[in-house]
Ligand binder design. Sequence first.
Ligand code: ADP
Ligand code: ZN
Ligand code: ZN
Length: 755
Amino acid sequence: MIVRVALDHPLAALYDYRWHAAQRPCVGQLVRVPFGRRSAVGLIFEVAETSDVPAERLKPVEQACEAMPPVSAHWLELVAFAASYYQRALGEVALPALPAPLREAERWERLFAREPRFAPTDAGRRALPDALPARATALRRLAGALIDEGVLGASQARAFHAKAIQTLEAWSAQGWVVEAGSDRVGSGVEDARADVAVDAQRVALSPQATPDQAAALDAIAQASGFESFLLYGVTGSGKTEVYLRALERLLLVRPDAQALVLVPEINLTPQFERTFRARFAHLASDAIVSLHSGLAEGARTQNWLAAHEGRARIVLGTRLAVLASLPRLATIVVDEEHEPAYKQQEGLRYSARDLAVWRAKQLDIPIVLGSATPSLESWHQAEQGRYRRLTLATRAIADAVLPTVRLIDQDLEKKRGVNTIEGMSPTLIAAMRARLERGEQSLIFVNRRGYAPALACDACGWVAGCPRCSAYAVLHKADRTLRCHHCGWESRIPRACPECGNVDIAPLGRGTQRVEEAIGGVVPGARVLRIDADSTRRKGSAEILFDNVHAGDVDVLVGTQMIAKGHDFQRVTLVGVLNADSALFSHDFRASERLFAQLMQVSGRAGRAGLPGEVMIQTRYASHPLYASLMRHDYEGFARAALTERREARLPPFAFQALLRADARTLEAALAFLDEAAASLDGLPGAEHVTRYDAVPLTIVKVMNVHRAQLLLESGSRAALQAALRAWQPRLREIKGGETRGLLRWVIEVDPLDI
Ligand code: ADP
Ligand code: ZN
Ligand code: ZN
């Protein structure tokens, strides 16, 4: 018997091994095999009778992971599709999709070790609280945990008291405790329950659905088989409520079904998890699990296994969760489907949203893509009738209306001699003060973190730059450093200009820290909180900061796009937007789509709970049509105009793109490789339908002393582009030496978001 195994290696697709264990090998089984001089973990993709490899060179499988049920054929098909579409080797996709401990055979035994579990009886629930002396604190806590959690694994029990197992056995003899089967070590109750009570009141009772919600739910419920729904609902229209009810229904009708809910950001998972746990409180604690890169490895592995073994009914996760093994997947939700965060930018560069749609089609199940500002790709699909559009036109809460959006015309103010203070118009400052007086909250959106995006010398024009990147160094005043946001380089702020000695060097532009500081000055008495990647570096700190906002301990919240998304702030009535203009004139054709979505999202934080909301956008381009659409909350008008432009320019979604990116020690080497690569496309299948653009340096051409350039390919036919890319790869591997010396690596990116 021969097994064909995928290994995490960029070249061959599958490797043949001999199988000589007693039981038959299983497709989807995890195995350890000899690879080179070491062992490697791989996945069996095929079982065969014969191999092209000569028998004497076939090596035997060393070990099979029998404790883990094999992954399904559907899952193998999913990773095979992802590998092929995104131009990677099978194993490069399949293996990294598994949690790390599964990829290390030495850890299998511990991972799947089983232990007894204990549960209190009714008699135990009554007797235990009074049965223990007050000074036996550890045992009292053990009893408390047992009663609160309903079941404890042996290892959890031992954490309370070294002799916990003897104690539990003694309680068992008393009839207070029973052994409740066995389970995997550590797979017991999670700590996620703690916060449920807070939200339980708010969401446990589902509100009466609005007519729009009801219509959307009916449509989703009637789907038989694959259907893509585009849930187009203004901010605050209650899209989450639609997801909750759709899943409620599903889990009711199909008691074994699983659902996958994707959210764009790790920061949004705790809020979602609480909401879902509260609504589905009747489910076992491991029936709702989250999957994202912020989880500790152990928790992520247990959650992954809960999904894989079908115990998890609802899996909430970020983009990586789209590759989770879900043998009974019956529906998929992608919240904020337009978010660029669904695109993985390293390793396998995939779009989780696109893979989710593929997965739904593969399994013949419905998928709901939710957004207030759908991606133009999805909107176009809906216009074409391929996705079914479900519209939630108004906010769900009766008296919550969309905020009024007004522009603060900075050119006009300047002409009239109105002075800004630290970049803020007096109109905006007065509005913040008024909110403070009324006990309402303001939110100020700044799209840059740090104190100032640059530090400059007025005398000679010097600007502080990163020595390793072609980028300015960002001034961080709090810890008196200059930092590069591209490579992490850091240095002390110089006392004087290193070029001319001038001591009057000054910050250029404004980041979140500077705005935070300025608001402290112009809105006296305000409690100002900043939320950005710097203030939330420690694990869990974002959640604590957001809790402060929800608790009303904050008057003005300053932040980057982290504060723009998803959060349901109840008392924010003013949203201010500073320096958004730069995106209006970007060379990236998606910049305006992104800006519009971002501003709609951040505006959507205002006035959610019935208090009237107001949005003020400071701009020097008050007559720009993007702002006009925004003031009317007119996503549809914006999308229509943008799609017309895209159609005329033959840009996505009217064309398909791929990039070849090259990294090299010199820009010349990167460009030389790309030129040669472009020439080598000649004559390949599909290439006649593919347009090649000139190889160009990236905007930030140098990062960490590595020079970066790219070559854009475009085609009206996805199939032609795919065929050309596939045939191209072997040729690319042959390009080396000569002028491309210094080339470090190259990568193909299909459907790139950043051009
Ligand atoms: P979205 O995700 O569309 O921005 P949310 O799902 O966050 O909107 O809902 C906005 C607010 O409206 C939440 O506070 C939610 O509890 C509330 N809500 C949703 N549906 C209803 C409903 N049918 N009746 C009353 N309140 C609702
Ligand atoms: Zn100088
Ligand atoms: Zn740098």
